[in-house]
Design a protein around this ligand. Structure first.
Ligand code: GUN
Length: 296
């Protein structure tokens, strides 16, 4: 047996095309195009690639965007002042501060400074709190993209046993909340595993749906999963490889070649979850422009 491939690249393109049509309709009604302000602090190579991909997607769907590049020596006060001026600028619909931040900056302080009505990443405590309460909110793009993939492929979630490996604020935690809560979708029985989990395999082996966001190449091997499992690999790890033009290749957190033989469905890396994150960001930015979630 070999798993069916979950084609995130294709589904993301469908979603982006839908957003593009909606943006066009929004503008046809006399509204200005949505505007996303991206803030990049420092010169982390992966962050530069990610913000570049986001800019390209904005251009493709008709969302206006600008990336403000700030020195990694910027103080917290200076950065929060910049964010506050974006909050009060009516021409800006969405604000995205690319993570990670340099270590002298508090991620919590920075995120809490963003107006939750412009928090298209869904990282602000207001949005995280409303997500846990099953209330309308901006949803973190990567886990929201995973839910869209499961929906697109009609993969059952309700009452399934879902295991999330990785408990980050950005991905693992909201992923577990979406799988277990979600108004119309979700309702899975969900476990979160993390670096303090004693026997990881004891959990992963029982999973009907295994979602991995640990940032560890090849963490999940065939002997850790059961036959027929659905595998969602959120990991994006750079492995040095001189045979590749860029000097590295991307691998996920799952040993794809061995695990695909046991799984029923699997996401590849690249081309799985990654493109969905960007598509969901486009959707959130349009929602922010329309003030659909927070009318006032
Ligand atoms: N760093 C890694 N993923 C993300 C994301 O979805 N949003 C932001 N702002 N930073 C990230």
């Amino acid at each position: 047996m070999s798993a069916e491939i979950i084609d995130g690249k294709m589904v993301a393109e469908l979603l982006r095309n839908r957003v593009k049509e909606d943006v066009q309709q929004w503008c046809d009604k006399g509204n200005r195009p949505p505007y996303l302000q991206v803030i990049l602090v420092g010169d982390d190579p992966a962050s530069i690639v990610y913000t570049g991909t986001k800019t390209k997607a904005c251009q493709q769907v008709g969302i206006q965007t600008e990336t403000m590049v700030l020195q990694d020596t910027i103080s917290e006060k200076e950065l929060t002042q910049i964010i506050q001026s974006c909050n009060s600028n009516d021409k800006i619909d969405g604000i995205l501060v690319q993570m990670p931040l340099p270590s002298h900056l508090s991620q919590h302080t920075v995120i809490e400074t963003i107006d939750h009505r412009k928090d298209v990443d869904g990282f602000h405590p207001m949005n995280v709190g409303r997500l846990s309460l099953d209330q309308p909110c901006f949803k973190s793009c990567t886990p929201a993209g995973v839910m869209e993939l499961l929906k697109y492929y009609s993969i059952p979630v309700k009452s399934q046993y879902a295991v999330v490996v990785g408990a980050s604020n950005i991905v693992g935690s909201p992923m577990a909340v979406m799988l277990s809560r979600e108004n119309s979708f979700g309702k899975a029985t969900t476990t979160i595993c993390h670096k303090y989990t004693r026997n990881l395999t004891a959990h992963t082996i029982s999973a009907d749906i295994l979602i991995v966001a640990a940032g560890q190449p090849n963490l999940i091997k065939a002997e850790m999963v059961k036959q027929g499992v659905v595998i969602i690999d959120i990991g994006i790890n750079r492995i040095a490889d001189e045979t590749h033009e860029k000097g590295y290749r991307l691998v996920g957190d799952v040993d794809f070649e061995s695990v695909r033989k046991k799984a029923s469905w699997i996401t590849p890396v690249p081309g799985g979850v990654g493109p969905m994150t960007v598509a969901m960001l486009m959707k959130n930015t349009l929602l922010a422009a329309k003030k659909s979630l927070y009318p006032k």
